[in-house]
Design a protein around this ligand. Structure first.
Ligand code: ZN
Length: 113
């Protein structure tokens, strides 16, 4: 626990203070950082969701809609490709914060005096 200087008035305030007690200027709170462990957990969850949806959709498209005779090796190949696509898709979207649970926390804006 330490003291930091206010972004608004420059007076010394407690480092965990969400706002300055002297001038009321909001301070950057350390808890606005995204945790890496949480992102990895969400990434894995979304990979699972995407791979289930994509492989079901793609396999179903070939077998049911196009009425193509799909051999087992082809289905295995499709599921491998869709797993890879899902993995990269979820990694990119999680890093960009586009998925529920991965959004960047809002940093409070500092009002200029
Ligand atoms: Zn202040």
């Amino acid at each position: 626990m330490g003291m930091v200087f206010c972004r608004g008035c420059g007076k010394e305030i407690h480092e965990t203070a969400p706002m300055c007690p002297h001038c009321g200027a909001p301070q950057i709170i350390p808890s606005t950082k995204r945790s890496v462990g949480k992102l990895i957990a969400w990434g894995l969850l979304w990979t699972l969701v995407f791979s289930t949806i994509i492989s079901t959709f793609v396999t179903g498209l070939f077998v049911n809609i196009l009425q193509v005779a799909v051999s087992q090796p082809t289905i295995d190949f499709i599921s491998r490709i869709s797993t890879m696509i899902s993995l990269w898709l979820s990694i990119v979207l999680v890093i960009l914060g586009k998925l529920p649970g991965t959004r960047k926390p809002q940093v409070p804006t500092v009002k200029e005096p």
